[in-house]
Design a protein around this ligand. Structure first.
Ligand SMILES: CCCCCCCCCCC/C=C/C(=O)SCCNC(=O)CCNC(=O)[C@H](O)C(C)(C)COP(=O)(O)OP(=O)(O)OC[C@H]1O[C@@H](n2cnc3c(N)ncnc32)[C@H](O)[C@@H]1OP(=O)(O)O
Ligand SMILES: NC(=O)C1=CN([C@@H]2O[C@H](COP(=O)(O)OP(=O)(O)OC[C@H]3O[C@@H](n4cnc5c(N)ncnc54)[C@H](OP(=O)(O)O)[C@@H]3O)[C@@H](O)[C@H]2O)C=CC1
Length: 281
């Protein structure tokens, strides 16, 4: 473990979509670092299985589950009321999202709404609900939103997701100003490829090689979880409105000079040949 075991001791963290994938990996890390955890999602059986696994590994750490479709603003309010009845949350992680590959000109209105409803509106309902409670109680708080590279550079064939994640970035930057005086921080992570069952099935039907990643591999869940733990901890207490990219350098290669991708695979001999071809002054 990279951090002091008590890094998040006493913190209550709500992770939306915390029953699967990256949300589950982050929740597990928060528990290991001393936090208590609330997770939500639409499928109760998935949440129960994740909670049972957490409790088996961390028997002294409180874990609660909340069946909630975050597209429904009233359901989000009911969930937050239930959490706050126990004790106020300190950290919200906007992780739940919806996405699939599709040609944009063929998307139906319901398809657009399915992605925006969860990824943008749902995260907004959760953020505003937590922020209002923190401000009314004079409590500090942290909101971490999980974005994607497409929030920064667009995302062909996942356009509603790119639009929603760009909206969350704008929310992060805007509320860092508006809520800063209340002691509320907003931060974000834009992950590259971190294989999960759901993302592979929806977005990489051909599997996940690390083509186009300068570091030559996909991200590991523990790397994202460690970054998330740092950002929500007091060690990041002066960071707000920022988005940290964790992509193995992928976006810089995308914008790199022509041929850079092939040059990554050049041997020492090919580099020597290139050196020899370079005219002296
Ligand atoms: C490791 C590999 C990763 C590679 C990453 C690189 C790629 C780009 C980076 C993107 C980063 C973002 C990643 C993620 O967000 S991963 C998380 C993905 N997880 C989820 O999406 C989970 C939740 N998703 C869902 O529940 C469903 O997929 C859905 C979004 C469809 C919502 O389900 P719901 O039951 O509410 O909706 P319906 O099934 O009724 O459908 C609603 C309308 O949407 C249309 N639809 C559904 N699927 C598609 C499709 N594939 N193409 C086009 N349209 C689709 C459906 O037909 C409905 O519309 P109509 O009623 O008009 O027919
Ligand atoms: N994996 C990757 O490589 C990348 C992932 N990301 C981001 O990371 C996050 C997690 O993705 P990942 O773990 O791969 O995917 P998952 O599909 O495993 O995670 C999505 C979670 O959100 C929940 N969820 C979906 N819709 C709703 C809803 N309407 N209300 C409540 N919960 C909902 C799902 O549970 P349920 O279906 O039970 O509701 C699920 O637990 C997402 O924000 C994604 O955009 C970003 C870049 C790359």
């Amino acid at each position: 473990m990279a951090f002091a075991p008590g890094l998040l001791a006493g913190r209550r963290v709500l992770v939306t979509g915390g029953g699967t994938g990256l949300g589950r990996s982050m929740g597990r890390r928060f528990l290991a670092l001393g936090a208590s955890l609330a997770i939500c999602g639409r499928r109760g059986d998935v949440l129960d299985e994740a909670a049972a696994s957490f409790r088996a590994e961390f028997p002294d750490r409180p874990v609660t589950t909340h069946v909630c479709d975050i597209r429904d603003a009233a359901a989000v309010e009911a969930m937050l009321d239930a959490i706050w009845r126990d004790a106020p949350a300190d950290v919200l992680v906007n992780n739940a999202a919806a996405n699939f590959l599709a040609q944009t000109h063929r998307l139906s209105p319901r398809a657009v709404d399915a992605v925006l409803g969860t990824t943008l509106h749902g995260a907004a309902y959760c953020t505003i609900g937590c922020g209002r409670r923190w401000i009314e109680a004079g409590r500090p708080g942290v909101v971490l939103s999980i974005l994607t590279l497409s929030a920064l550079q667009g995302g062909a064939f996942t356009v509603p997701s790119a639009m929603a994640k760009a909206g969350l970035l704008a929310m992060t930057q805007s509320l860092a100003v508006e809520w800063g005086p209340h002691g509320i921080r907003l931060v974000a992570i834009a992950p590259g490829t971190f294989p999960t069952e759901s993302a592979v099935a929806r977005l990489r039907p051909g599997g996940t090689d690390a083509e186009g990643v300068p570091l030559g591999r996909n991200g590991r869940h523990e790397e994202l979880a460690d970054l998330a733990a740092f950002l929500v901890s007091d060690h990041a207490g002066y960071i707000t409105g920022e988005c940290v990219v964790a992509d193995g350098g992928r976006r810089f290669l995308g914008g790199a000079r022509a041929g850079a991708q092939a040059m990554l695979r050049w041997s020492d001999e090919e580099w020597a040949a290139q050196r020899a071809r370079t005219p002296a002054r």
